[in-house]
Design a protein around this ligand. Structure first.
Ligand SMILES: [Zn+2]
Length: 418
């Protein structure tokens, strides 16, 4: 591989750090985003078939898109005109179409999303992420354990940085062996992998920085991982859709408003949770404009002591797909995943893992590792359902170990479609 793409990572690092100094207030951010969005509308969108016939001068005039629309007209949203069929075929044979890289999300089949980026963009992504996780360049050994398609990243090595990617599809044991051999000071991995490393990983004495990425970080997982490594866990909010947020040194998750414009919708009446609609102005190969995400966020309304004007997030609470819809006295009752989770983990101090799946219109399946805790959790859920006026039968399963796979972990999940 030529050395130039790696320079893109360094350039992105420098740009990101410069923006931290430049964007001091909300007004600075809005002005910066305004200029970037104007550039996107002027230079990129006219080249894409989907936007050719859309007549809009303001961002607000562009249509809101979702995964279904994006996947059905994939070729109309990317500059090389790669179709979804070509993308899926490329994924099974090295992940490239010409000079472009194709990747996919790890969702359930039928619900997976594709993306296409250039070589330059993927190194930029890496540089931006390192700039946001490591404000000062220092000597570092970084282990990135992610559910990636192997072709997307190889090891990167510079004078100061030693960075290795581990593909979760190799299995946790193989990843853990590699991580132990690298002896990293920085771990970036989904929380379920960090939890697994707590119990099964090697000594990992050098670890000083732990980042949770790609999945929802439950408060209980955070406690366990922090106790094991003796450092605070910082969150990275990322998806197929890109790099969306990184926690600052105070542990507050800040949205990447220097690269992405966020708009919000309130999907559940009476809940403070919002769903973001994102416009990523750092992307060029594939447009991600007014794209409705599947996530549920709780925004924080107090400023962070770090002084960053980037919007802070109190918690990523789960996904829209996992809103439970239960029958109730006065019609359907919609319950957000965080409410269910809090009832379960609050029922018994010993509960540090569980699964709750809606399997039918009025059926919930609760899995835990201890029968005693399961009874407490069932009782807590029943009280909660009663208080909300919802009705459902709760089936309890006791299993010695709860499933951990390369698939995204969702402790509260809806497998039933209304
Ligand atoms: Zn902060």
């Amino acid at each position: 591989m030529s050395i130039w793409p790696q320079w893109e990572a360094l350039a992105a690092w420098w740009r990101t750090r410069r923006l931290v100094r430049k964007l001091r207030t909300r007004a600075d951010i809005e002005a910066w985003q305004g200029r970037q969005l104007a550039r996107l509308q002027r230079d990129v969108l006219p080249l894409l078939p989907f936007y050719r016939d859309v007549d809009a001068t303001e961002l607000e005039g562009l249509p809101v898109i979702d995964k279904r629309l994006l996947m059905s007209r994939f070729e109309d949203f990317n500059l090389p005109g790669i179709t979804a069929d070509e993308g899926w075929a490329a994924l099974t044979s090295g992940g490239r179409v010409g000079e472009f890289h194709v990747g996919a999300s790890t969702g359930t089949s039928g619900n997976r999303g594709l993306y296409v980026i250039s070589e330059t963009e993927r190194w930029r992504w890496l540089g931006t992420m390192i700039a946001k996780t490591m404000p000062r360049l220092r000597r570092a050994r970084i282990a990135l354990i992610l559910p990636l398609d192997t072709s997307l990243y190889a090891a990167a090595r510079g004078g100061l940085l030693k960075l290795r990617f581990f593909d979760l599809k190799q299995g946790l044991e193989a990843c853990a062996e590699g991580v132990t051999a690298l002896d990293p000071d920085t771990l970036i991995a989904p929380p379920k992998v960090l939890r697994w490393l707590c119990d099964n990983g090697g000594p990992l004495r050098r670890v000083r920085h732990v980042f949770s990425a790609a999945e929802v970080l439950d408060p209980r997982d955070r406690e366990i991982i922090e106790a094991r490594f003796g450092v605070s866990v910082r969150e990275i909010y990322m998806a197929t859709e890109g790099l969306l947020g990184v926690a600052c040194e105070h542990g507050t998750l800040h949205l990447c408003e220097d690269c992405v414009k966020f708009e919000y919708e309130q999907p559940v009446r009476g809940s403070e949770l919002v769903t973001p609609i994102i416009t990523d102005f750092s992307r060029q190969t594939q447009a991600m404009v007014r794209y409705r995400m599947n996530d549920l966020l709780r925004l924080r309304d107090t400023p962070c002591p770090c002084g960053s004007p980037l919007q802070a997030v109190a918690q990523v609470e789960g996904r829209m797909d996992d809103l439970l819809h239960l029958p109730g006295v006065g019609g359907v009752v919609t319950v957000t995943p965080d409410v269910m989770r809090n009832a379960i983990v609050g029922a018994d101090r010993s509960i540090d893992d569980f699964r709750l799946v809606q399997t039918a219109a009025d059926r919930l399946e609760l899995s835990l590792t201890s029968a005693l805790a399961a009874e407490a959790a069932r009782a807590a859920l029943e009280r909660l359902l009663l208080a909300m006026g919802a009705q459902a039968t709760i089936d309890v399963t006791i299993a010695p170990v709860l499933e951990v796979s390369a698939r995204k972990l969702r402790r509260v999940e809806r497998r039933w479609q209304p």
